[in-house]
Ligand binder design. Structure first.
Ligand SMILES: *Cc1c(COP(=O)(O)O)cnc(C)c1O
Length: 392
């Protein structure tokens, strides 16, 4: 089945006694009981499948897990209360029986960096960073550092670098390490890292998948090898999502492929508009033939669907000029999220990369004249018109 069909059908229409709800209802119940104790006993012992307690599983969240799993092509998926809870769960699950060492892409979502440094390091997990787009450097680091886990993002923030997931998966596998890929910026419409050899995929469902800016949720997509470990962790420490959020995400995901197609098309149009604008120094978008990872992008991303993130450097703009430009925007929303139906703008030096020194930011290529857009589903002409008036 194709992804558009899966997005609409997977997870739904579980029989509820006599009738079958046409979409999954919200099951607000912390525990579940049966006509007799014998059945409950069999559920507890995993002899028969069934619900018992919502930390072990909830029917609404379970339906969403089935849906996300179907989109990403995993063995099983666990939905968590946030994308960050998903990253923490994935790292703990993969590290449990491995060397407590993470080789991480240096271009990393800010909060993920903090999970490594402030949450896991105090418990003895060592992290080393590498330019994930430099395969020789990755191989050398795997040989020297001997990580238990390699961690990367499909499309990096905010400079949109794209690493070779399939090659890195091979390297990690050969060294006995697990590859975890954060697929939030690409979404399963563009790239399915499980098909490229990743062991575990993490998604912030908050972004493109749920897509409406109304929920915070994450997902860990697991291969067969990590399933039991992850399930046991979830059931023990309880990073679970609530049924209302799961319902909203399921409702959102039904239109995710449609939205994402439009968002990618709009992003290409907005990039083209900004490239020819005299106030713009440089546009970072994945369709640029001069993009440092152009060959990888052509190989791993579908033609014409290159993501909805666009980063832009404004000519001679200092912090105050960027603030003035952002304040002039009438349609585009100033906010820290991405992937919503509405176009969003973020100033990385103020938000995602605030805690990094200006010098270090400069070394990372994130200059103080850089803004990041997440392009929405509006009419592209209206997005461009808003940018045009704000740049005047
Ligand atoms: C937003 C985001 C996260 C964290 O997800 P939350 O749902 O905000 O907890 C992780 N990784 C990436 C790439 C993100 O964009």
């Amino acid at each position: 089945m194709k992804i558009n069909t899966k997005a609409v059908h997977a997870g739904d229409r579980k029989p509820a006694g006599e009738y079958i709800p046409s979409t999954t209802p919200v099951h607000f119940s912390s525990s579940f009981t049966y006509q007799n104790v014998e059945t409950l006993d069999k559920v507890f012992s995993n002899e028969i499948e069934g619900e018992s307690y919502s930390r072990y599983g909830n029917p609404t969240t379970g339906a969403l897990e089935e849906l996300v799993n179907s989109l990403e092509g995993g063995h099983a998926t666990f939905v968590t209360a946030s994308g960050m809870a998903a990253i923490d769960l994935a790292l703990r699950g993969a590290l449990l029986e491995r060397r407590k060492k993470v080789l991480s892409a240096s271009a990393l979502y800010g909060a993920t960096f903090k999970v490594l440094m402030n949450v896991l390091e105090p418990f003895g997990v060592e992290t080393q960073f590498v330019d994930i787009c430099n395969l020789d450097a990755v191989q050398a680091a795997i040989n020297d550092f001997k990580p238990g886990v390699v961690l990367m993002e499909t499309i990096s923030n905010p400079l949109l670098r794209v690493g070779q997931i399939d090659k890195i998966a091979e390297m990690a596998r050969a060294a006995g390490a697990a590859l975890i890929v954060d697929n939030t910026f690409a979404s399963p419409l563009l790239v399915r890292p499980m098909e490229l050899g990743a062991h575990i995929v993490v998604e912030s469902l908050t972004k493109f998948l749920a897509g409406h800016g109304d929920v915070l949720l994450g997902a860990v997509v697991s291969d067969e090898g990590h399933f039991e470990t992850l399930r046991s962790l979830v059931r023990t420490y309880g990073p679970n999502a609530g049924p209302m959020e799961s319902y909203l995400a399921m409702r959102g995901i039904k239109t995710f492929p449609l939205r994402m197609e439009r968002q990618c098309a709009n992003a290409a149009k907005v990039s083209a508009f900004l490239r020819q604008h005299p106030a713009i120094e440089r546009v970072h978008y994945t369709d640029d033939p001069a993009h440092p990872d152009a060959a990888t992008i052509t190989r791993l991303l579908p033609a014409g669907m290159l993501g909805a993130m666009v980063s832009v450097e404004i000519k001679d703009a200092a912090r105050a000029d960027i603030f003035a430009f952002m304040d002039e925007l009438k349609l585009i929303v100033r906010g820290t999220s991405l992937g919503d139906v509405h176009t969003l703008i973020l100033y990385p030096a103020m938000a995602s990369h605030r805690d990094i020194s200006p010098k270090q930011r400069e070394r990372m290529g994130i200059r103080d004249n850089l803004v990041r857009f997440s392009i929405g589903i509006e009419d592209a002409d209206d997005i461009c018109a808003d940018l045009k008036q704000a740049l005047e």
